[in-house]
Write a protein of this length. Structure first.
Length: 355
């Protein structure tokens, strides 16, 4: 029986530092037959020229529209029976596509097979990036098995499933993978496996990382409010507790002005934050040692504060703004399509939530 054609779809916007590594890794996969499609979302750097130097299909979106539109554009042009989405800051392991196809063929009940990032960055730019990559690795390892949202930066989806669920919601620039997972997990299993691997070029500056996490957390609030439960995967109760405790520790710091005994409260909350994700800190200690763990704990604490702050601001926004509450309330959640003639819901751009 012939192997199914796989279409590797790479959305890109201003990733000149990693797009070459990403495309080369996709081309050099052990699996065959395979086609590689790069969809440039009107980059302003040199990444489009870099992609065009490779022997792959290169497309462009009509205008800068976000990663969801770029993925949809690639899927529409793809010929493969399996669509393998990989972001342009990720370089696949040589056997990543092969492993994903094996999983999908062995389990027709799966709607998607998602891979995980390795614990080392694709391009080592800073200690912040090393910390973030380790954090992301541990979170994904804790999410192995069935999840309720999509790791769209490294995932394989059968074309038949993609056609049934519908395309990515083009209104969303930051949370498209969460919304897509909500739709897909209602009908199919989404499986996270440690056998499909890639290296990620993550944020190398703490300020940029914290802004991104804050923004994404805020944008997820309307979806949290809809489902009223933790997602299956990243958003465990203990990890959420860790984030809230970190935020509480910062908020409680001014109490130390009342006397040294009051300092015990923020210290206790900081300890609770670490305890909520203790396996991650143990892994980092074993992998990198005690000196690095000190730096890692500081970065992880800051990311927890940013996530909690984003949720807090998002909750206030949700209470005050009907437009924000309706961000995910459309036919997209059920079908992935909008009936012609019906009014569109507000987009992230319209509600002041752009990338």
């Amino acid at each position: 029986m012939p192997q199914p054609l796989v279409s590797v779809i790479i959305p890109n916007y201003n990733y000149q530092n990693s797009i070459g590594l990403c495309v080369d890794a996709a081309v050099q996969q052990t699996y065959s037959p395979l086609e590689v499609i790069v969809v440039d979302d009107h980059s302003t750097d040199d990444s489009l020229r870099i992609a065009r130097r490779r022997d792959v299909t290169v497309l462009q979106t009509p205008s800068n529209s976000g990663v969801a539109v770029a993925r949809n554009t690639g899927a529409a042009a793809a010929r493969g029976e399996i669509l393998f989405f990989v972001d342009s800051d990720v370089a696949l392991r040589p056997d990543a596509v092969e492993k994903a196809v094996e999983e999908l063929l062995a389990h027709p009940e799966y709607g998607a097979v998602c891979g995980i990032y390795e614990d080392q960055p694709l391009i080592r730019d800073s200690v912040v990036e090393e910390c973030r990559v380790l954090q992301a690795y541990c979170w994904r390892m804790d999410s192995l098995g069935t999840v309720s949202f999509l790791f769209s930066s490294l995932t394989a989806i059968p074309r038949r499933v993609f056609q049934e669920i519908g395309p990515f919601n083009p209104r969303l620039r930051q949370t498209e993978e969460v919304e897509y997972g909500e739709r897909m997990s209602a009908r199919y299993e989404i499986m996270v496996t440690p056998h499909v691997l890639g290296r990620h070029d993550d944020d190398d500056k703490l300020s940029a990382l914290l802004r991104k996490l804050f923004r994404r957390a805020r944008l997820r609030v309307p979806l949290f409010a809809r489902r009223r439960r933790f997602a299956k995967g990243f958003e465990t109760a203990s990890r959420s507790m860790a984030a809230v405790a970190a935020f509480g520790a910062v908020a409680a710091l001014p109490l130390a002005l009342l006397g040294p005994w009051w300092l015990a409260l923020p210290v206790a909350l900081a300890g609770l934050s670490v305890a909520g994700d203790l396996s991650m800190y143990r892994y980092v200690l074993k992998r990198r040692g005690a000196r690095f763990l000190v730096v890692f704990t500081s970065v992880a604490f800051a990311t927890n504060v940013a996530i909690s702050a984003g949720i807090a601001v998002g909750a206030v926004h949700w209470l005050l703004s009907g437009r924000f509450r309706r961000l995910y309330e459309s036919e997209w959640l059920a079908t992935g399509r909008r009936t012609p003639g019906t009014p569109e819901q507000p987009t992230e751009r319209q509600t002041g939530m752009t990338a």
